[in-house]
Design a protein around this ligand. Structure first.
Ligand SMILES: O=C(O)CCC(=O)C(=O)O
Length: 251
């Protein structure tokens, strides 16, 4: 592994997140951002969308909706980091598009997929990524992270949390931020006049049950058929078209 990747791993281990700059061409990021915005405007995808705010949306199932997403999901650097923390057999469980439109307020500060633990484990249970399909700036809602919070063993921030501890992670289009699911993080307010578009791809170990995140969509059989070997290796679970077919019900 090269020294840049080792430094990124050490940064993630220490602070709870790391940034890899310019991992896909900016032009490709821009094209993917434009496609994401088209999909968000198409009513047929409404059932796979969660709109936490009229100006902040999540469209699940992007692995099935645009094959270019695989280049991000199977990127050798993000996969190397995910495998370092989650083991060699970790998988891609979801890819979602997350635009933040101008005027969007900050969303909720949270940890990921931690709500069902009786006690939050001290091993990572998920490595999350945010591909910057547009530039991520302080003004346009770059994701905010709370350094060191992944060590708290808490399911989320305490009620008296000090928001000044949140740090925006900025980068050029084509860069990717990775974080430990236990790190408190937030979609920050977009105070600019530009749309911010992120592609959020999650890696989980095989022992983690996929039903935990309510919106996560399975890989469709026809998607898997088209995938190159490196992507198939990252999608070893059951295939199907709906959550109800494949996932246990959340109780
Ligand atoms: O959109 C963002 O900047 C944050 C995304 C987020 O909170 C998440 O993926 O859990």
């Amino acid at each position: 592994m090269d020294s840049q990747l080792l430094a990124a791993i050490q940064h993630l281990d220490t602070y709870g997140y790391c940034l890899l700059e310019d991992r896909i061409p900016a032009a490709m990021a821009g094209e993917l951002a434009a496609r994401c915005l088209e999909l968000h405007a198409d009513p047929q995808y409404l059932p796979m969308m969660v709109n936490d705010d009229p100006r902040y949306h999540t469209l699940f199932g992007m692995v099935n909706l645009d094959d270019r997403v695989w280049q991000c999901a199977a990127h050798q650097d993000t996969v190397a980091i995910a495998r370092h923390f989650l083991g060699p057999h970790c998988r891609v469980v979801e890819a979602c598009s997350k635009p933040t439109w101008p005027g969007a307020p900050a969303q909720r500060l949270h940890a990921d997929s931690a709500g069902s633990f009786h006690q939050v484990p001290d091993v990572p249970w998920m490595i999350n990524t945010m591909w910057m399909l547009t530039d991520f700036t302080v003004e346009n809602g770059a994701t905010g992270v709370v350094p060191f919070s992944h060590r708290s063993r808490c399911k989320g921030p305490p009620a008296d949390f000090d928001p000044s501890l949140i740090q925006p992670v900025v980068g050029r289009a084509g860069s990717v931020m990775l974080w430990h699911a236990g790190a408190f993080h937030i979609a920050r307010a977009n105070t600019s006049s530009q749309i911010r578009v992120g592609l959020n791809i999650a890696y989980y170990p095989r022992w983690f049950n996929n039903w935990v995140e309510g919106g996560h969509q399975p890989v469709w059989p026809e998607t898997f058929e088209r995938m190159p070997p490196e992507m198939r290796q990252l999608c070893p679970g059951k295939l199907g078209r709906s959550r109800a077919e494949l996932y246990e019900e959340r109780r």
